[in-house]
Design a protein around this ligand. Structure first.
Ligand code: MG
Length: 249
């Protein structure tokens, strides 16, 4: 198998899929408010994806029951939206994938519910900063390990830890393609980045330790120590020059 190189035509479709993901995540972020049930966000995600002509990537994936992952506070990823009511001060990670003409886009953001603590604010900034730092090194000729190291160094130098059991990934016709992209690693190791590679970079960053615990539903992943966690993700394309972020409006 190995890493699949996409044609310019495929990347053009992924750009459209990515724009849809970003549009829906933007709409969801504006809707988040105290007193809302997380399942309401899933309803909006389903409706907006349909309106924009895309299919949800996650629904039915290995049996996942929703269109959107909603992970609150110490939940890292893969939270199933449901009856939980959001409280003032919570932080909520929204992860969404869309399929358009057989190609995928995948992105995540973490947003605050009303007024949040400065610790939560810092965590979110650190996680988003780690994502930006990793995109900034994704040039042709760089190594995959440079991306991993950029995320780890950015987060750990700010006193946070990076989740190790869940990773970023190649993406294209499948949501999860090779390579796996750990959020920790060493400079100068791993595959060389080449034009036409499309990658989902997704730092998951914890205030406390990096260890995780799987929830009783066998989907949601918690921080083992109960500390806050944030998640930011973009799908990017490696070009001949600057990396292109596909999941933007
Ligand atoms: Mg992903």
């Amino acid at each position: 198998m190995g890493i699949i190189i996409k044609s310019d035509r495929e990347i053009a479709i992924m750009r459209q899929a990515g724009r849809i993901v970003a549009t829906v995540l933007g709409a969801l972020s504006e809707q988040v408010r105290p007193g809302m049930k997380t399942k309401e966000l899933d309803v909006i995600a389903a409706r907006e994806l349909e309106r924009l002509g895309a299919k949800p990537s996650f629904k039915g994936y290995r049996g996942f029951p929703a269109n959107l992952c909603v992970s609150v506070n110490d939940e890292i990823v893969h939270g199933i939206p449901g009856e939980r009511v959001l409280d003032e001060g919570d932080i909520v990670s929204l992860d969404l994938g869309a399929i358009l003409k057989g190609l995928q886009g995948d992105a995540a953001v973490t947003v605050g519910v009303g007024e949040i603590s400065s610790q939560a604010e810092q965590l979110m900034k650190t996680t988003e900063g780690a994502l930006k730092a990793s995109i900034a090194v994704a040039y042709p000729g760089a190594r995959l390990g440079d991306i991993s190291a950029a995320i780890q160094n950015y987060a750990e130098s700010r006193g946070c830890s990076v989740v190790r059991e869940y990773t970023g990934h190649g993406i294209g016709r499948e949501m999860h393609e090779e390579p796996q992209i750990p959020n920790f690693g060493s400079l100068g190791v791993g595959p060389v980045l080449k034009k036409g590679m499309t990658l989902a970079l997704e730092p998951m960053v914890n205030v406390g330790g990096w260890r995780t615990r799987l929830g009783n539903d066998h989907w949601v992943v918690f921080t083992a120590d109960g500390s806050l966690s944030a998640h930011f993700e973009h799908t990017i394309a490696i070009t001949n020059d600057e990396p292109e972020v596909l999941t933007i409006v």
